[in-house]
Structure formats: structure tokens, C-alpha cells
Design a protein around this ligand. Structure first.
Ligand SMILES: *Cc1c(COP(=O)(O)O)cnc(C)c1O
Length: 445
């Protein structure tokens, strides 16, 4: 019996003519990539070598393009705000309709971009007004530029920090056109240090800026000021702004039925900072607030208005997708509906629930076992804090196989075992995780 012919492409001699670009592109259609993209892939694969391996090269190129697309994944790392996975998990639901971004339905005239999400955020923080920009780095830059360009900003040496990704307080000052005045020392700064900086000869202080050193801790012989003390020690002409970073809007967490979890303790919050006298707070919307990437400036209406009409505002203003998402999220907070806030739902799921899910998963996959784990807040927030959790573990390193599931599952390996922490996995994905774990090939020894 004659053997079936090999596919024309599989074992061609090196001298064979390369396949036609169009045919090669069409053979990759199952990747789902548009034909124009596949034609480009085919051209590159043919140009990059001799005809013999154009097909596998094109397949590899197409595959890497598919993997390079932004796509949803199952986060089994236990890191709640995973910077590489977009920080907070957040649903976007928008149809192709016009929206009242700057339109007032009451008057039929031009409206205010800060009138919807901004107003709700202000209410959440107990602020007179709030402004949304593209991220917190932009919030700090805009605030300092609007309130202190050409003048001085006081910053404690212990808070003159770098947040990951190149956000460095001294460089933000430089970009804003304000002059940084260092106050105190790295480990100890007192209220008097600020007061003396204001009264020293020739001073021109426009703002005192506190910055939450989100991602590190100074321990031992340290002193730092609290907001109320600082406000009391400075003249009214020097407002205190506080970059709280993580976006905890209220330390009392009224949206959580059981109140704030113990691991949050000590994290500065917008409402309490403003109540203590801060004129403005700035924070990220995609850290502990659990929203899309955005930054918020909240506080005194006159100062927020100065930020809003600064020329930089045009360069850092968010679009309708972010504004709509933040509005929905702010409404969920105000309704105290934690089921609509994915980040807080995951962060506060009782360990017992996670354990039950882990037990059920382990029962379905003979190689996996249910075990206690420790989740992390992530995004440089709350360094050193861990949150008790449960998940499943398997012997060996299965990261590559898990990443090739659809949707990909991102896990971690510790001491030669693959761990999937269920705190960051939606219960709706448990079936997918179970089926993927069950189908894993044996781990590499
Ligand atoms: C995270 C953080 C920033 C930067 O915020 P982005 O939203 O990432 O731009 C700035 N300041 C503090 C204190 C932070 O924690």
C-alpha cells in the first residue's frame, strides 16, 4: 500500500522553491490573525532563510505574534495587584455609543469632564472636588506643576523616593518646574524641620508634599510626621498635599461587610488624610481602589480647579473608557456592593472558601494537592504584608504548560513545586484550572 504523501512543505530539499507568500499566509489562517498580518509573516519567513524551513519559521513567527497580543489570563500567582498583569482585575463594558463626557444633559450645553466620576470619587474621599488623570505619576506631576511651578516644594528626605518604573520624586519636581527643598534626614524628619524650611530667609514655599513610601520601609531609629501635626505647624498659605499612592479611599472600608482586613493597617487613606487637614491627596486608581489605570487628585475645590485648568491637563486627561469604568466602580463603592469590586472580592475571600475550592480541585487532579499559601497585595503596596490563602500544588515545574492553556494560567514555582494560589483566581475559572492541571504532561525531572 502506498504511503500517504508528506505534506508538500514538510521535507523539501534545501533547494526547493519557497512556497508562495499567499499560500503560506493562508496556511496560517487558523491562528486567527488578519490575512494582511499573515502575509507580512510569510514574507519575513521566506526572506529570512532558504525555502526549506519557511513553513516552520512562519508558524513560529505567527505563534509569537499571537502570544504577544494583549489577552486575558488566569492569575494563579497570588499577587493581587500584579503589575505585569495590569494590576487590578477590572471589567470594561461599553457599547459603541456616544457619551456625555463633556455634555450637560440638564442645560444641553457643554459639561464638565470631572462632573461624573470625579464627583463620585470626591464623595468617596470626603473631598470638595476630585479630578481624574491618566495615572498617579501624572496626578503628582500636574498637581506640583499647577500649584508650585517656579516655587518651592518641601519633601522629607525620608520620602524623596523612587517608585518602580522610574517615578522619582526629585525628577518629578524637576519636570514640574518646582524646586525641591529637602527637609529632615533619611530616617528622621520632625515637624520643626518643615516649619524652619518655611521661615528660613528667602524661602518661597508653595507646597509641602508628603509621599507614602509605598514599596519600602525604614525601620529602627525613625521619626516621621503625621499629617495633622504638619498642617498645624505650617502657615495656611502652605497647603499640605499627600501622595498616598495606593488609593485606599477610606480606612474604615465601609464597602466591606466585615470592615478593614487586618493586613491593611497603617496604610494611609484618602478620607482620613483629608480629614486630618491635607489640602489634596493623590493616588492610583488601579492599586487598592481596584480600577482601571488612572490617577486621582482629590481635596480642596480651589486647588483641584487650578490643576484642572493647567495646560498639562490636556496631555494627561483620561478618555471615555476610563471615565465610564471609574464611574461604575465608584457607584459600586457607594452602594457598598463588594461583589462588583473584583479586587476587594478577591482580597477578602475567606480562607475557608479558598480551601474548599482547593480541596475540590485536588480531588479532581490526582497529582495536585490542596495546601495553604500566602498571597501578596502587590504593586509595591504594603511591603512585607502577606494574606493567608489556599491553593493547589504539584511536583515539578509546569509553568510553560500552564502558560500554553487557553486562557493561559500564570502560576509560580517554589522549591521545585508548581503552585496555583486561588485567592487571585476567579471561582468561575476553577473548572478550567482543574481541566488544565489534569491534562498536564509529566513535569521535566
Ligand atoms: C504607585 C505610586 C505612584 C505611581 O502611580 P502610577 O499610577 O503607577 O503612576 C506614585 N506615588 C506613590 C506613592 C505610589 O505608590
Amino acid at each position: 500500500m502506498a504511503t500517504a504523501r508528506q505534506p508538500a512543505t514538510a521535507q523539501q530539499p534545501a533547494t526547493a522553491r519557497p512556497p508562495s507568500v499567499d499560500r503560506l499566509a493562508r496556511s496560517l489562517a487558523s491562528t486567527g490573525l488578519p490575512h494582511a498580518v499573515l502575509v507580512d509573516v510569510a514574507r519575513r519567513a521566506i526572506a529570512d532563510g532558504d525555502g526549506a524551513d519557511a513553513v516552520p519559521r512562519a508558524q513560529a513567527l505567527a505563534q509569537s505574534l499571537v502570544l504577544g497580543l494583549l489577552q486575558p489570563v488566569v492569575n494563579g500567582t497570588g499577587v493581587l495587584l500584579h503589575t505585569n498583569l495590569g494590576r487590578a482585575p477590572f471589567a470594561v463594558r461599553l457599547d459603541a455609543r456616544y457619551r456625555t463626557v463633556e455634555f450637560d444633559l440638564t442645560t444641553g450645553k457643554r459639561g464638565d469632564r470631572a462632573g461624573h466620576a470625579g464627583r463620585l470619587l470626591a464623595q468617596l474621599c470626603g473631598a470638595e472636588a476630585a479630578l481624574v488623570v491618566n495615572n498617579n505619576a501624572a496626578a503628582v506631576l500636574l498637581m506640583v506643576a499647577a500649584l508650585a511651578a517656579g516655587r518651592e516644594v518641601l519633601v522629607s528626605r525620608g520620602e524623596s523616593i523612587e517608585i518602580g518604573g522610574g517615578f522619582r520624586v526629585p525628577e518629578v519636581m524637576e519636570q514640574s518646574g518646582a524646586r525641591l527643598v529637602d527637609v529632615g534626614t533619611t530616617n528622621r524628619t520632625r515637624v520643626d524641620d518643615y516649619a524652619r524650611a518655611v521661615t528660613r530667609p528667602g524661602s518661597d514655599v508653595a507646597l509641602a508634599l508628603r509621599v507614602h513610601p509605598s514599596n519600602y520601609r525604614v525601620e529602627g531609629f525613625t521619626t516621621s510626621v503625621d499629617t495633622a501635626e504638619l498642617v498645624a505647624a505650617l502657615p495656611h498659605s502652605v497647603p499640605v498635599a499627600y501622595d498616598i499612592g495606593s488609593g485606599l479611599v477610606d480606612a474604615a472600608c465601609p464597602w466591606l461587610p466585615d470592615g478593614p482586613p487586618s493586613w491593611l493597617s497603617g496604610e494611609p487613606a484618602a478620607r482620613q488624610s483629608l480629614a486630618a487637614g491635607a489640602a489634596l491627596v493623590t493616588f492610583s486608581a488601579d492599586k487598592l481602589f481596584g480600577g482601571p489605570q488612572a490617577g486621582v487628585i482629590a481635596g480642596r475645590a480651589d486647588l483641584v480647579a487650578r490643576c484642572a485648568c493647567h495646560p498639562l491637563m490636556r496631555a494627561v486627561r483620561p478618555g471615555v473608557v476610563v471615565l465610564a469604568g471609574l464611574q461604575e466602580l465608584a457607584l459600586a463603592y457607594l452602594r457598598r456592593d463588594v461583589s462588583e469590586i473584583a479586587f476587594w472580592s478577591m482580597a477578602t475571600t475567606p480562607v475557608l472558601d479558598l480551601r474548599r475550592r482547593a480541596d475540590a480541585l485536588a480531588a479532581r487532579c490526582p497529582t495536585a494537592s490542596s495546601e495553604p499559601m500566602e498571597s501578596l497585595p502587590g504593586a509595591g503596596s504594603l511591603p512585607g504584608v502577606t494574606i493567608a490563602s489556599y491553593g493547589v500544588g504539584l511536583d515539578g515545574d509546569h509553568l510553560v504548560a500552564l502558560r500554553s492553556a487557553a486562557p493561559p494560567i500564570i502560576a509560580r514555582v517554589r522549591y521545585g513545586r508548581t503552585l496555583v494560589d486561588l485567592r487571585t483566581v476567579s471561582a468561575a475559572d476553577d473548572d478550567h484550572v482543574a481541566a488544565t492541571l489534569d491534562a498536564l504532561p509529566p513535569a521535566e525531572p
